[in-house]
Write a protein that binds this ligand. Structure first.
Ligand SMILES: [Zn+2]
Ligand SMILES: [Zn+2]
Length: 261
């Protein structure tokens, strides 16, 4: 099969690699139908994440169709369409019992590496270095999903891949940021960074009751999207810094927008 593989800083290649196989009774094999590139993949691309090996398959945000399940996976069957979350969770440990999936104690066989680097380890992650388990990622035609009876979420009939893909990481990440703000109805919320996670944080903040959003970034396309899609008041921090340096009065900042319905 074809897969996106890491070969070093700035060196990512599409290679032909062996297809994954069921290794454990709780595994499933998923035929990937859509996969996203994450901002976190940029850290791998730029060589900031240790314990990457040449040939590692990238990708931790994908949806696909179940093609095979292990003998003890009873909630999925071939043909089911699923979203695959990027965290791998056993469903049985102290943390999983409290639905703190990203802290799973059992899914990262290389936890000692992450503990050495960061003090503590999270769960195993797809396509995100050996200190997070060395699991092959989802920027590939097929992926092996361990503990497949816990993580994958079945896609309801009628929803397209594009509508659910971001449930694998980007949407919940943005939602969590908004949730952590303890937003009260009518609040004004500022979102630093209007990339994909920021866009979902903006949308989530409205869902949780915010009345005004101020989006801050320096990429024109992101600011435009925040303004036109989500009626955010936008602020280009680079423009403001250069304006301040040259003592030119700040221009181009929109007035407060009409309220979201
Ligand atoms: Zn991601
Ligand atoms: Zn667990």
């Amino acid at each position: 099969m074809k897969a996106v593989c890491w070969y070093g800083k700035g060196d990512i290649r599409v290679e032909t690699v062996p297809e994954p196989k069921i290794l454990n009774p709780r595994d499933a094999i998923i035929k990937v139908t859509l996969s996203a590139i994450c901002g976190s993949d940029i850290h791998l691309y730029n060589g900031y994440i240790p314990t990457m090996h040449e040939g590692d398959i990238l990708g931790h945000e994908c949806v696909g169709e179940v093609v095979e399940v292990g003998s003890t996976v009873h909630n999925l069957r071939p043909g089911d369409r699923v979203v695959v979350p990027f965290t791998i969770a056993c469903g049985q440990c102290f943390f999983c019992q409290r639905e703190l999936w990203s802290l799973c104690d059992n899914s990262n066989p290389n936890a000692w590496m992450a503990e050495k680097a960061y003090g503590y380890s999270g769960s195993g992650l797809f396509g995100y270095s050996h200190m997070y388990g060395g699991y092959a990622g989802g920027q590939a035609e097929y992926i092996r999903v361990p503990f497949a009876d816990v993580g994958p979420v079945k896609i309801p009939v009628g929803l397209q891949d594009e509508q659910v893909l971001f449930l694998s990481d980007v949407f919940p990440t943005g939602y969590l940021a908004a949730e952590n703000c303890n937003i009260q109805r009518g609040d004004t919320v500022t979102v630093w960074g209007c990339g994909p996670v920021g866009q979902f944080a903006i949308r989530s903040a409205y869902m949780l009751g915010a009345e005004h959003i101020i989006g801050i970034d320096r990429i024109p396309e992101r600011l435009q999207m925040a303004r036109t899609q989500y009626h955010a008041t936008v602020f280009d921090y680079q423009e403001s810094m250069s304006a301040r340096r040259s003592k030119i009065p700040l221009e181009g900042v929109d007035p407060m927008p009409a309220l979201m319905p």
